[in-house]
Design a protein around this ligand. Sequence first.
Ligand code: TYM
Length: 344
Amino acid sequence: MSQPNRRISGFKPTGPLQLGNYVGAIRPLVEGQHAHPTVAFIADLHALTVPHDPERLRELSMQVAGLLLASGIDPGQTILYRQSDLPAHAELHYLLECSATYGEVHRMIQFKEKGGGSGTRLSLLTYPVLMAADILLHDIAEVPVGRDQRQHVELTRDLALRFNERYGPVFTVPRAVHPPVAARLGDLATPTAKMGKTNASAAGVLFLLDPPDVLRRKIMRAVTDGGTEVAYDPERKPGVSNLIDLISACTGDEAERIAERHATYGGLKATAADAVIALLEPIQRRYRELSPADIEQTLQEGAERARERPDATVRRVRHALGLTSGRRAPAGSPARPATATASR
Ligand code: TYM
């Protein structure tokens, strides 16, 4: 049942992808896809947890898929699909909700940050359970994500362990893996906040499709700290340290070396701008070469390849929960009509 090193990560199409998504999750997936069986998906059901425009969602889903491909996700190697194309996600979501408690989802940080009022969608409260379903469907060992998603993967572990204990060994128990640098890249205008695709202001967010001059302008205007010394000290110098992390994430150079090589904040920012532009230009070029028809075809083929394992997982879960008769219906055969079963 379990694949010791299978990986998955998902991307919510609520806004255009930004550099934090790339360094926190996309690049680790790309770099690991030859060593690990890998699944990447567009988490479009998750985008319904907040007010959305259907046309924009369609557009963003395609853009996210295109950027994953342009970033190096190889569809011959990695299964890439759109979450809503596989009904198993929604089904396992409900079945897992029947093991999860209000208390444990209510204290998730992201709900506390975004939710609260009486107009909040219920799905925002239960969305970490959908994320658990996404992961558990695929018998996953490792989930490469940014630090902000760690709590959700911990919840996934708790749910899997509890389910296995109550109903038998059905789920593989996954763990989160984070990149060594920039596991939580800061917003350039508010370095103590996470860079995010839906941040109120775009001034501190480096979108993967921002033109080079826009990237450079945003970086040159990044908020720095008091004093003039370039030093890596995330506590005392969050702005400068965030820029150093940014350079380190782009070039692979060590934070201390980067700090040593720069005498001024201006010089550090110029290096950061060069590094980000050099990283993103080839991705932007590859993105422009992709056609929507090719992206759509890749997603549909991905959904077909992805289907088997999630369907098998849901069958195991249904059986463990007592939702089946206990007799094994041959794979693919229609369910026996209730009346026929009752007359036996
Ligand atoms: P999402 O779409 O907000 O972000 C996608 C990935 O990017 C990472 N990330 C960051 N990493 C470092 N620094 C940042 N500033 C930064 N901003 C974002 C996120 O940690 C994430 O890995 N709930 C998830 C999507 C999801 C998912 C899943 C992920 C749904 N189901 C199953 C993994 C497995 C989300 O909202 O990610």
